[in-house]
Ligand binder design. Structure first.
Ligand SMILES: [Zn+2]
Length: 262
């Protein structure tokens, strides 16, 4: 069995003490590739260095909505200006990044949606220009994001990471070329709607993700999440769809390879 973690913040400091050991356990468990999203300008270069000698780790670059107004001073200078687009496009090209992101809209944070929208639109333009897929973070803002996606020509589509929502919403994204990222949420019995959705949508639309170090699995709240938990998410998806683990592994790996041209 071979699995790809399509969304893992493996560059974050929390993995610094034991990153090599975690990766060893991942490969032992059949997880053999990682997609590591960008979150802010000052992190892109460090991430590029990290994946440099690791052909199985693939970097993306983008500005996450949570970072639009915190931590990275650079964002403030670039926000809403062509400068961010230029710097982002340059970085993506020079570092063979596989996607733009993670980016999107989050209506549950203090940063006003208009500020988030300005930074998001720049990234939509870059993804369109460079014909790269998008890694989307969408929280309580599906209508706003869907409306924006319709305004841009995005030939490579993307993924709605950590998708949670109805089957109808999922299919709206899928019809526009966006895969659905399936993570630890489905291990919680209270996530009934999302569990029902991932059981019903086409298997061709699903990819697996840990979102580590966030999104701990049910029963592991408060612990650091890890990409090595991916087989547990795959097993849950297999159970929900009443198919074999092998089928889930084969299909989601193929979907992830297609999306990111791995
Ligand atoms: Zn993320």
């Amino acid at each position: 069995m071979k699995l790809i973690d399509s969304h893992c913040h493996f560059d974050f400091d929390i993995f610094e003490p034991d990153r090599a050991q975690v990766w060893q356990r991942c490969t032992d468990a059949g997880i053999n590739q990682l997609i590591i999203p960008g979150v802010c300008i000052s992190q892109w270069q460090r991430l590029a260095h990290l994946v440099d000698n690791q052909p199985q780790w693939h970097a993306a670059a983008g500005v996450h909505p949570w970072w639009v107004s915190k931590n990275c001073e650079e964002e403030r200078d670039y926000r809403g200006e062509a400068e961010l687009g230029r710097v982002l496009a340059e970085h993506l090209k020079q570092n063979q990044c596989v996607a733009v992101g993670e980016c999107g809209l989050d209506a549950a944070i203090a940063t006003p949606l208009e500020s988030q929208m300005a930074v998001f639109k720049i990234q939509l333009e870059v993804a369109s220009d460079l014909q790269l897929p998008l890694i989307l973070h969408v929280h309580r803002a599906h209508n706003e994001v869907l409306k924006l996606l319709k305004q841009y020509h995005l030939p490579r589509g993307g993924v709605v990471h950590a998708f949670s929502g109805s089957e109808q919403m999922a299919m709206e994204y899928w019809k526009m070329g966006f895969y659905l990222g399936v993570g630890g949420t489905i291990t919680y019995s209270r996530a009934a709607k999302t569990r029902r959705t991932v059981a019903r949508v086409p298997l061709e639309s699903l990819i697996l993700e840990s979102d580590a170090p966030d999104m701990p699995l049910s029963g592991r709240q408060g612990q650091r999440n890890s990409p090595e938990n991916l087989p547990l998410i795959a097993a849950e998806l297999a159970a929900l769809r009443d198919i074999s683990l092998q089928e889930v592994a084969t299909a989601t790996r193929k979907n992830t390879e297609m999306l990111f041209s791995l």
